[in-house]
Each structure stands twice: as structure tokens, then as C-alpha cells.
Design a protein around this ligand. Structure first.
Ligand SMILES: Cc1cc2nc3c(=O)[nH]c(=O)nc-3n(C[C@H](O)[C@H](O)[C@H](O)COP(=O)(O)OP(=O)(O)OC[C@H]3O[C@@H](n4cnc5c(N)ncnc54)[C@H](O)[C@@H]3O)c2cc1C
Length: 417
């Protein structure tokens, strides 16, 4: 009798792993355990639309029939609290054991906490789950002033969304620019300018000293320079930390995420890890990364399923990400750290432009604002291993498409990549 594959975590990665196991022909038991009570849902809409629309419904990743129809034993509201790797058994919170032949850890990440006086007041929240989004939506209905701590993607998405819903929004970012090192300074400055144009107030190079309360509810954020910012809701959006504790306690190698190899195998080969929780050496840069994106979660899940089925191809997906901040669709492809020059296509003034990042002659990646065609072409170029010379980029999308086609004619093997 086989115990099959148990997947811990029913988010983007876990659900895709279950689906891919069946698509790849796995016939043993597949158990998908998640500690949330919901049908697994899409996270990206939570910060973009859900929190401003009282009527918005969660968007399930798959309908209920998907789980029953594919004999996927989905167990909602179940938390795993221990792994006995030797015995291949999990401890279920509240009692009980769950045996596995192979285990896939897809435990995701959670908001980073901020150690500050007042963070325990009612009205201080962060956004990761549907439950968090529901809480923010309810609070928002009774809120005029919102302070968001952290000027990263999620903080800024929420800022634009709540501003569109008529709230007074203040973003406080500790470093001197928005979006950390995730995007080029020109994009960060553009995002700031457009958010300010719709009335979002932004303080960079500023921190909050403590939060003030009134009858147990937050009433203001006090900056380190003593400014008092009224707030009936404070949203902490200072990044996430990977959920690695289960893996660590079981003796798996961990370092900014559960360490996996190019097949998604952890240091104990019966156990794989994927998604926000996993860190690995990236084929594209040769550096260690832990990526937080839907693409990374789902592509790793597909590969993990193939690994379980005995295939041995390495992870080679092109990394990409998107974020909708107000009227800006930001799309990133590739990994652009280490770039030494760039080419700009399009016009920031028209809110449509792309930055092509290079290290020497190698195209590292493209960041686009409202230029989805550049993004899609970038995905094709990087998947094909094609680095157009910067002067070809300057010739515009048609020149790039022609150059890619010529490259693929010369390199047919890569063309099918
Ligand atoms: C508000 C928001 C907006 C986002 N927008 C974008 C976007 O626009 N584009 C983009 O590419 N990415 C976006 N992301 C990031 C993207 O959602 C994540 O990268 C993705 O969800 C990672 O998938 P995952 O399966 O690894 O983790 P998750 O989706 O977080 O799933 C992990 C699941 O495991 C559960 N779990 C953890 N530990 C246990 C345990 N011990 N037992 C049982 N269950 C457990 C967790 O509760 C959770 O349900 C966004 C994220 C958020 C929160």
C-alpha cells in the first residue's frame, strides 16, 4: 500500500503541484493539506481589487470539482506541526499522523512583523490571506485615514486601491526610494509621481517610532521625527519571511528559505520544497534566490511533480512578475540585479515605457510599465537565450521581433525552448 504524495500548503504552489501530478500521470494518492479554511484562491487580486469592493468574491484557483474529479484529497483547515522525515510521517495539529512516500512543502511565506509599540492595537493589520483582506475591507469601511508602513509592491498596490476607494492614504518608507531594489530608480520615481498625483502621500527616508491608540484602537502613527499622522487603520507591508520552521525542525537545510536543488529536492530527497518557501541557486544568475511570485510558485510546482515522477530535467523557467499599482501595470521579466547599463523604450510621460537592463552585452531583464508587448517579447527572448544588442532594442519592438526570428532560424533547438 502506498501513502503517495502529501503536499503541505494549499496556495499557488501546492495546488499547482497537485494538478501537475495528475496531469503528468501520477496515479497514487495525492493529499493536499492547508491550514486555511477556504477553497484555495488567487492572492494577487486581494490587494488590487478585493479590498475596495464590498461585493468582490474570492477567485478560486480551481473549482471544487477539480479536487474531487482528480481524486485530490484536499484537507482544508488542517495544520501540520511536525515532520518525522525518517518515519515519513507528519504530525497533524490537534492530533493524528499522516504518512507520505514523498512530501512537497509549499508552505509559502508570512508578513514580516514590526517590533514597535502599538502594533498590538486593533486596526493594525497586514495582508497575506483572504482572511486578512476581509478584515482590511471591513476596517476600511470605517476608516478615513490609512497609514501604510512599507513602500514595496503590496504596500503601494494597497495604497492605490484604498485611495481609489476615497481614503486618505499615507505611505511611509524607511529608505529613500520606493520599491527597494526591485525595480530601476526611474520606475520607482515614476510610480511615486503617479501615486502622488492621485493624492497618496509618501514619506521616504522616514520611520515610525510608535503607534498611538485610543480605547485599544489605533489612532495615529508617530514618526521618528515626531510628526503625528492620524490613522484608524495601519497596514504593515514590510515584506515577508518564508515559512521554514517545519523544515528546519525536521533537519532540512535552510538558508533564506528551504534549500532545494535544481529539481526542487531538499537536503532529504524524499522531501521537495517549492514556491515562496524555497530558496535555490538560480540558473539565470548563478546566485541564490528565493522568489515571491505566482510564476515561480507554479513553475516550480510543475517541475516538482515531474521530479516525483522520475524525470530529471533542471529548473529553467524564465522568472517574471507583475504588479498593478493604480493605472500602472508593472511587468518584470528576468533578474536585473548586477546590470550596468540600460536602454529605455517608450515614454514615461505617457505612462508607457520599458527598461531593458544589460550587463555588458547580456540582456538581464526588462521592466515595463503599461507595455505588455515588450514584456511578452522579453519572455520569448530570454527563454530562447537571445540577447539582442542594445542598438537593436533602440530600433523598437519590430526590430526586436525580426532579430529574434533570425536568431531562432539560426538556432532551431533554442527556438523550441
Ligand atoms: C496581497 C498579495 C498580492 C500579490 N500580488 C502578486 C502579483 O501581482 N504577482 C505575483 O506574481 N505575485 C503576487 N503575490 C505573491 C504570490 O501570491 C506568492 O508568491 C504566491 O502566493 C506564493 O505561493 P506559495 O504557494 O508558495 O505560497 P502561498 O500562496 O502563501 O501558500 C502557502 C499556504 O501554505 C499554508 N501553510 C503554511 N504552513 C502550513 C502548515 N504548517 N500546515 C498547513 N498549511 C500551511 C499557508 O497558510 C498558505 O495557505 C502577491 C501576494 C499577496 C499576499
Amino acid at each position: 500500500m502506498t501513502n503517495g504524495v502529501v503536499i503541505v500548503g494549499a496556495g499557488h504552489a501546492g495546488v499547482q503541484a497537485a494538478a501537475s501530478l495528475r496531469e503528468e500521470g501520477y496515479e497514487g494518492p495525492v493529499v493536499l493539506v492547508g491550514d486555511e479554511k477556504e477553497l484555495p484562491y488567487h492572492k494577487p487580486p486581494l490587494s488590487k481589487t478585493f479590498i475596495k469592493d464590498a461585493e468582490a468574491k474570492p477567485q478560486p484557483l480551481r473549482g471544487e470539482a477539480f479536487y474531487t474529479g482528480n481524486t485530490i484529497d484536499y484537507r482544508p483547515g488542517v495544520r501540520i506541526e511536525g515532520i518525522d522525515a525518517g518515519a515519513r510521517r507528519l504530525d497533524v495539529a490537534g492530533g493524528g499522523k499522516l504518512a507520505f512516500d514523498r512530501l512537497i512543502l509549499a508552505t509559502g511565506s508570512r508578513p514580516r512583523l514590526l517590533k514597535l509599540d502599538g502594533t498590538d492595537l486593533a486596526g493594525v493589520v497586514s495582508l497575506r490571506s483572504l482572511a486578512d483582506a476581509r478584515a482590511i475591507r471591513e476596517l476600511s469601511a470605517q476608516t478615513e485615514d490609512v497609514v501604510i508602513l512599507g513602500g514595496g509592491f503590496i504596500g503601494l498596490e494597497i495604497a492605490a486601491t484604498l485611495r481609489a476607494a476615497g481614503r486618505n492614504v499615507m505611505v511611509i518608507e524607511a529608505v529613500d526610494r520606493l520599491l527597494g531594489r526591485a525595480v530601476a530608480p526611474i520606475i520607482a520615481a515614476h510610480v511615486r509621481q503617479r501615486l502622488e498625483a492621485i493624492g497618496v502621500r509618501i514619506l521616504t527616508g522616514a520611520t515610525v517610532a510608535h503607534l498611538e491608540g485610543d480605547n485599544g484602537r489605533v489612532s495615529a502613527a508617530i514618526t521618528s521625527s515626531g510628526e503625528r499622522l492620524p490613522a484608524q487603520m495601519v497596514i504593515i507591508g514590510i515584506g515577508v519571511v518564508p515559512n521554514v520552521e517545519l523544515a528546519e525542525a525536521a533537519g532540512l537545510a535552510v538558508g533564506n528559505g528551504i534549500r532545494v536543488d535544481q529539481h526542487m529536492l531538499s537536503s532529504i530527497p524524499e522531501i521537495l520544497a517549492i514556491g515562496d518557501a524555497a530558496s535555490y541557486r538560480h540558473w539565470f544568475t548563478g546566485g541564490d534566490v528565493r522568489l515571491e511570485s505566482v510564476q515561480n510558485a507554479t513553475d516550480q510546482a510543475r517541475l516538482a511533480a515531474r521530479t516525483v515522477l522520475g524525470h530529471a530535467e533542471p529548473f529553467s523557467a524564465v522568472p517574471w512578475f507583475w504588479s498593478d499599482i493604480g493605472d500602472m501595470k508593472l511587468q518584470m521579466v528576468g533578474l536585473t540585479q548586477g546590470g550596468d547599463h540600460h536602454v529605455v523604450l517608450g515614454e514615461p510621460a505617457e505612462n508607457k515605457f520599458s527598461i531593458y537592463h544589460y550587463a555588458g552585452n547580456r540582456l538581464l531583464g526588462i521592466e515595463s510599465v503599461n507595455r505588455p508587448g515588450d514584456h511578452m517579447l522579453g519572455r520569448k527572448m530570454l527563454a530562447a537565450g537571445f540577447s539582442p544588442p542594445p542598438q537593436t532594442v533602440a530600433g523598437g519592438p519590430d526590430a526586436l521581433k525580426a532579430a529574434l526570428a533570425a536568431f531562432q532560424d539560426m538556432e532551431p533547438a533554442k527556438a523550441s525552448a
